[in-house]
Design a protein around this ligand. Structure first.
Ligand code: ARG
Length: 573
């Protein structure tokens, strides 16, 4: 609990002790909102304005302040003084340092984790790539935000199910098979993978301009897939395998995993009952031949369920998927990490689920995010301005390697560290803005070891490791002099460390990994300030011990924070 929360809890207790039968007194959360940071530190570190209670208590603020401060014992973290209607709190810096470090060091890697999610499951739909398309950087955010949220929720004790809802259904696959049969060969496709499939697909469109009959052939092949024709399915599944093999390399580099690859085609045999159910519940209307759920009263265009020819749609599959996930996993929440362009789609799907009477529809959340551009240029696939993720990651590793060659040529396992730093830089850059903001990727920013970047935070972690190594075999049972941690730099760092568990919870509540990126960056900056101002290995062993403990707490917290955003923390770099 951070200091303001602890104070609020304590103030609430005091109020109930002093005025047990008063009604309308604020609870701890409201009290927390009332707490102020005085403009001038001679007035304390925090202040509680008592006029906030005067109506409920029918008392003048100065009297309330006197009563509250008179009740302020047994709390060794702050002293309370009543000053003209305020209770001013003065932190006991030494006790605060002791309390914070004892907590963090006792919990180690568990610090910030909790059991609040025990027995609850969170489904996360992220990455959700499309078959036979290359992984480009437009898919980075969904992949990394989803991966991070999965880690955050697991850390809070939830069971998590990571789902890659593959885009593996649609007429384009019929066209691709048609193109393959006409102009492709097994060897070429095996060798070229997704690139070769893309080439065939492009060729199909070129040829179809000249010979429109090809479109019919493409459709016929798709129908064969739908009907379960052995040859069509064999080729289609092979295309799927090839794509997954290609993307597996990217996932491996990024350290991203999934529990399920049930994508669009998985729901082929699960839609009939949904359509039947929609019909029974009188939700279907036929409009211009298509079957829809009218959403006019909800201020939305209709949700398309079946096309004129009876084919199902993206939304139909998402309805079936949501129901399947609820029945299979009994999720407490199902998160869809998908770009904001699909906002309407998800509002429609969730609304239809609600109309079907599923109370859990409210537990489906579209976690949307902004666009990615690269060095100031938008990623328009049509213009051919695509940056493939694998190339970007490879470049990142190469660039990190050359920086390491320059800065620390003697480093052991340079290859491993280059990978951790390069990939870390890309992930950090992706998760450093609030997700809904558009993200512009710039190499100089991502790889700047001195600015706010992944490498900067990793470097600080490595610095903590190096300090601890230099200290040699530390006996952590030696007494520490916490009085050595009352300076502003140590206190600023301690404050950030003490807030870390709250940050994790808030990041989970808001589906916002960037809050963790922010927190680890602040901690790294605060540690570096502390490091430059104070000598850690001091003549005095009590002082050394206290500063080493602070270093260890910073190291552990940074490492946990980085791992929650999916970034590795090398010990040397
Ligand atoms: N494959 C889709 C795309 O790339 C994203 C799918 C998102 N998940 C879902 N359940 N609709 O745009």
């Amino acid at each position: 609990m951070d200091m303001m929360t602890q104070l609020s809890v304590r103030i609430e207790e005091s109020m109930h002790r002093l005025w047990p039968d008063r009604e309308g007194l604020p609870g701890k959360d409201e009290i927390r909102g009332f707490l102020e940071v005085p403009p001038n530190s001679t007035l304390g570190d925090y202040a509680f304005p008592c006029f906030r209670l005067s109506r409920a208590l029918r008392m003048a603020p100065p009297m309330i302040a006197e009563a509250l401060s008179g009740d302020w014992n047994h709390f060794d973290l702050a002293e309370a003084k009543a000053v003209s209607g305020y209770v001013n709190f003065f932190l006991n810096r030494e006790n605060f340092a002791r309390r914070t470090l004892e907590t963090i060091l006792a919990q180690g890697e568990e610090y910030g984790s909790s059991r609040e999610g025990m027995g609850k499951t969170i489904c996360l739909d992220y990455s959700s790539i499309n078959i036979a398309k290359r992984f480009h950087i437009g898919h980075l955010s969904t992949t990394m935000i989803g991966n991070s949220l999965k880690r955050i929720y697991s850390f809070l004790g939830y069971q998590t199910v990571g789902i890659n809802h593959l885009g593996d259904w649609g007429t384009q696959f019929g066209k691709m098979i048609c193109a393959y049969k006409k102009w492709g060969s097994r060897e070429e496709v095996e060798k070229g993978g997704v690139n070769e499939l893309t080439r065939l697909y492009v060729r199909f469109h070129e040829e179809a301009e000249k010979d429109p009959a090809l479109e019919d052939e493409g459709r016929a092949w798709f129908r064969r897939i739908e009907e379960g024709d052995a040859e069509a399915l064999e080729i289609f599944n092979w295309f799927k395998e090839l794509t997954l093999r290609d993307t597996a390399r990217v996932y491996e580099l990024l350290g991203v995993t999934f529990d399920s690859y049930a994508g669009e085609s998985f729901y082929n045999d699960k839609m009939d009952r949904v359509i039947e159910e929609l019909r029974e519940k009188n939700l279907l209307t036929v409009s211009e031949g298509a079957t829809i759920v009218d959403l006019e009263e909800d201020g939305m265009p209709p949700c398309l369920i079946l096309k004129k020819d009876g084919a199902t749609l993206y939304a139909t599959r998402d309805l079936a998927a949501a129901i399947y996930r609820q029945e299979t996993y009994h999720f407490a929440k199902c998160l869809y990490v998908v770009a904001y362009q699909q906002d309407l789609h998800f509002r429609q799907v969730f609304r239809v689920l609600e109309k079907m009477g599923y109370a859990w529809a409210k537990d489906c959340v579209h976690v949307s995010f902004g666009m990615v551009s690269y060095e100031g240029e938008a990623l328009a696939t049509r213009k051919g301005n695509v940056v493939f993720l694998e190339d970007l990651l490879q470049q990142a590793v190469d660039k990190a390697r050359s920086i390491i060659e320059e800065k620390t040529p003697d480093l052991e396992n340079k290859e491993e560290v280059s990978r951790q730093v390069g990939i870390g830089a890309v992930i950090y850059a992706d998760l450093s803005n609030s997700r809904i903001k558009d993200m512009d990727f710039h190499w100089d920013r991502a790889l700047n070891f001195d600015g706010e970047s992944g490498p900067y935070v990793q470097y600080t972690h490595a610095r903590c490791c190096s300090v601890l190594r230099k200290a040699g075999d530390t006996d952590w049972n030696e007494p520490a002099d916490y009085g050595a941690l009352t300076d502003d730099e140590a206190q600023a760092l301690l404050l950030l460390l003490s807030r870390f568990p709250d940050v994790i919870r808030e990041a989970a509540d808001r589906y916002e990994p960037s809050m963790i990126t922010r927190a680890v960056t602040d901690i790294a900056q605060a540690y570096n300030k502390f490091y430059y101002e104070h000598r850690i290995l001091d003549e005095n062993s009590g002082v050394t011990m206290a500063r080493l403990m602070l270093t260890r707490a910073a190291r552990d917290t940074i490492r946990t924070g980085l791992s929650l955003i999916g970034v590795e923390a090398p010990e040397r770099m």
